[in-house]
Design a protein around this ligand. Structure first.
Ligand code: ATP
Length: 270
């Protein structure tokens, strides 16, 4: 039932016959003398939904920051759709959603979603316009009718949905999500998990999603990237072979709990 691909350090993990959204080769990140990520080898298949698990401090956020050109690699190579991370950033190939929605408080939901387009236009950057308008994106994330609301008039879950709509406005081919639902209550999180899966299916974007929740990682992910700490390395990529589309009820089923148990055991040895 469970196919786990073992990753030995220095050995590339992924499917060489599939188109790649991202490829990390011996990627290393240092902060001063501290090595946060050490020789990471990983291929990210285009269109897939990856969740990332690992002990605190193993480098999950650092990996997303590396991929998104927020920090440089001290050694090794990272390519995004065949481009350098800088080229991919300038071409708006990816977008980032953080744990905190980071909306501008004086701008309405709609104006926040429009912001990347405005910034791009001001800088004279050729912004890849999405197939959906900002209004349509707000509808996609379930916020039709709340376009004019200011962030403080929205709930935490709604603010996060605005942040997702904003991330999608330039139609990124890769969506990087760092614990986007970590601060939300369980029901809101379940709801947004389902909504995110719908968005993923509709847009076909590749998703890299960091979480601390094993259940969330299994529920969302087609593949779970398990990292290990001290220093941050890849431990294993686990294929999650559950029926699609995923439903909340699946979580009570034996197959689902078996994946969770497997990952929990793995986490304990990271
Ligand atoms: N700017 C920085 N300067 C120095 N050290 C840093 C910096 N950013 C991260 N680190 C260190 O790098 C390591 C990896 O951090 P990172 O935030 O990527 O871990 P994480 O797996 O996302 O952790 P958590 O699960 O707790 O959010 C940690 O030891 C952290 O202290």
């Amino acid at each position: 039932m469970m196919e786990a691909k073992n990753s030995l350090q220095g050995q590339k993990v992924g499917a060489p016959d599939k188109a790649l959204a991202a490829s990390l080769t011996d990627a290393t990140v240092r902060f001063g003398t501290f090595t946060a990520i050490d020789g990471l080898n990983l291929d990210i298949e285009e269109g897939a939904f990856y969740t990332i698990l690992g002990p605190s401090g193993c480098g999950k956020s650092t990996m997303l920051r590396l991929v998104s050109d927020l920090i440089p690699a001290a050694a090794g190579d990272v390519s995004i759709f065949g481009k350098t991370t800088e080229q991919a950033r300038l071409a708006r190939e990816f977008a980032f959603v953080f744990q905190d929605a980071t909306l501008l408080p004086w701008r309405s939901a709609l104006k926040n979603v429009e912001l990347p387009l405005e910034i791009g236009a001001k800088r004279g950057v050729d912004v890849p316009l999405g197939s959906r308008s900002p209004r349509e994106l707000l509808e996609l994330v379930g916020l039709k009718g709340r376009e004019d609301a200011l962030p403080h008039e929205l709930s935490g879950g709604m603010r996060q949905r605005v942040a997702i709509a904003r991330a999608l406005v330039c139609q990124p081919k890769l969506l990087l999500m760092d614990e986007p639902f970590g601060a939300l209550d369980e029901m809101t999180r379940d709801h947004l998990n389902l909504q995110l899966l719908d968005i993923w299916r509709e847009t076909g974007t590749t998703i890299l999603f960091v979480t601390h929740s094993i259940a969330e990682a299994v529920f969302l992910g087609q593949k779970v990237i398990m990292m290990r700490a001290h220093p941050g390395r890849l431990r294993e990529v686990v294929d999650i072979d559950l029926p699609e589309p995923r439903t909340i009820k699946q979580r009570d089923q034996q197959e689902f709990t078996a994946y969770c148990g497997y990952l929990r055991d793995l986490l304990e040895t990271c």
